[in-house]
Structure formats: C-alpha cells, structure tokens
Design a protein around this ligand. Structure first.
Ligand code: B1M
Length: 210
C-alpha cells in the first residue's frame, strides 16, 4: 500500500484498486486529509495538467476521474470528523436551450477532483433555476456551460436574473464551452472564463481566494 500505487490506480482508471488502496490507508489510520490531498487530489492535478498539455485526452480524464471518485466515496464518511471542509460549493449546468453535457460533465468531475462540492443541475437549465438555488444559500460559484451560439445568450440572462434578484454580489459566475470566449465572459459580466476542464478547476480555486 503506497501513494504511488494509488496514483497508478487513478492514472490507469482502475476504480476497484483505487477504492481498495484507499480503504487500506483508512484502516491503517493514515490521516484522512493526507490521503485526500496526497493520494487523490495530487494525481488528479497531474491528469489536469497533462490534459492541458494535450498529453492525455478526454477518455483518459474520464476514467481517471471515475477511479478518483470511487476512492473519494471511501473517504467521504470520514470528512466531517477529520475537520475537512470542501473548497466551496459549485452549482453547474448546461444553459437553457442546450442539451450538450459531455464537456460539462468533465468540468464537474475536475471540480470534484479539486475538492469542491458540485451540484450538477444537468442540461437545459434556465436562469430561474440558478437564481432559486442561490436564494437558498450556500452556493459559492454558478458554473454555466454552452455549446451552441444560440444558447450563449442564456448565460447573459442568468447573470441579469441574478442581478435582478439582488444576488449577483454574493456569488461568483464562471462560464465556458466551445463557442464561449473571454471576451464574451467579460461582456456579460461573468467573473471567470475557462477554455477547458482543468483550467475551470484552477479558475474556481482562484475565484474563492480573492
Ligand atoms: Co451538437 N453541435 N448539436 N450534439 N455537437 C456541436 C456543438 C456543433 C459545433 C456541431 C457542428 O455543427 N460542427 C454545433 C454547434 C454550432 C454552433 O452553435 N456554433 C452543434 C449543433 C448545431 C447541434 C444541434 C443544433 C444539431 C441539430 O439538431 N440540428 C443539436 C442541438 C441540440 C440542443 O442542444 N438543443 C445538437 C445535438 C447534439 C447531440 C445531442 C447529438 C450531441 C450531444 C450529446 C451530449 O452532449 N450528451 C452533440 C454533440 C456530441 C456535438 C459535438 C460533435 C461534440 C460536443 C462535445 O461533446 N465535445 C459538437 C461538435 C464538436 O465539438 N466537434 C457539436 C467534447 C467536449 C468534451 O467538449 O463540450 O467543448 P466541450 O467541453 C470542453 C470545453 O468546451 C470546456 O471544457 C470541456 C472539456 O475540456 N467546457 C467548459 C465546457 N463547458 C465548460 C464550462 C466551464 C468551463 C469550461 O465553466 C463553467
């Protein structure tokens, strides 16, 4: 049982091995935070960097993230008693009129891998659904994905609706998806834009540091 073996299981996408090795660490009394940070988040960060550098591709990211999640499920029941708090809560969705979810799901996985709690609202998510969730409290970031030039306007509508409800100051907004650009993000008043899933996790972390 070693972190190297756990990293290898995550790189290889071997979910059963990742969960079993993590169970071994927990049973041996290793600190939960150390298992989380050195055993799980570290290899997912490496996968994210390799993805950005085009050294690995979407299928590898997905299988690594799945393995990481199976290990994370072993750790989760121990989080509260170990004093581990998530980095923040992200509510993510593909915006209204848009049914593409492959990229959004990868972003969601990378955010979980980075230590965020992610509430995934799925596809075709209208502004009011985001607004209602922010109203209930506890949301740090609204993350919106769009793959269609025709659905990008729904991102602007969501920002306006948050503003209209007096909620804009209390939550960060991040946008992304193939047709979305930094210029568009700035124009609609989003706080951050990310071109890919690994960058989305970095930007989400940065947003909450400010
Ligand atoms: Co659609 N589709 N599609 N499609 N589809 C595109 C997007 C299109 C570019 C194809 C084309 O014409 N060349 C085109 C859009 C043109 C445009 O608007 N500019 C298009 C169209 C027109 C349509 C329909 C209108 C077709 C029709 O019915 N006539 C229709 C629309 C339906 C609707 O949404 N209302 C439609 C339908 C579909 C399918 C259902 C068949 C299917 C979606 C299946 C699904 O998602 N479950 C589909 C697919 C698969 C595609 C392509 C082929 C692939 C998209 C994809 O998954 N890419 C796409 C063409 C293409 O891209 N080559 C196309 C892989 C994915 C990992 O990348 O989503 O970009 P991506 O995510 C990346 C980044 O963008 C970023 O990180 C991800 C990972 O790095 N990212 C974020 C994404 N969200 C982010 C959020 C962030 C940050 C980063 O912060 C919050």
């Amino acid at each position: 049982m070693s972190f190297e073996a756990l990293h290898k299981a995550i790189y290889d996408g071997d979910a059963a091995a990742a969960a079993n090795i993590t169970k071994g660490f927990v049973a041996s009394g290793s600190p939960i935070r150390e298992i989380l940070e050195q055993g799980l988040i570290a290899p997912m960060s490496v996968v994210g960097e390799k993805f950005k550098a085009c050294e690995v591709f979407i299928p590898e990211v997905i299988i690594s993230a799945k393995a990481m999640h199976s290990a994370l499920a072993v750790l989760e029941p121990h989080f509260s008693k170990s004093g581990i708090r998530p980095l923040g809560t992200v509510v993510i969705g593909t915006v209204k009129g848009d049914l593409h979810d492959i990229g959004k799901n990868i972003v969601s996985m990378m955010l979980k891998g980075a230590g965020f709690v992610v509430e995934d609202f799925g596809i075709d998510v209208g502004p009011q659904k985001f607004v209602d969730r922010v109203k209930r409290g506890g949301v740090d970031i609204i993350a919106m994905s769009s793959l269609l030039t025709t659905s990008m306007g729904a991102m602007a509508d969501t920002v306006s609706s948050l503003r209209g409800a007096g909620l804009r100051e209390g939550v960060k907004v991040m946008v992304g998806g193939a047709p979305v650009t930094q210029e568009f993000a700035s124009k609609i008043g989003a706080d951050a834009y990310a071109s890919d899933a690994a960058t989305a996790a970095d930007k989400a972390r940065d947003l909450l540091k400010r």
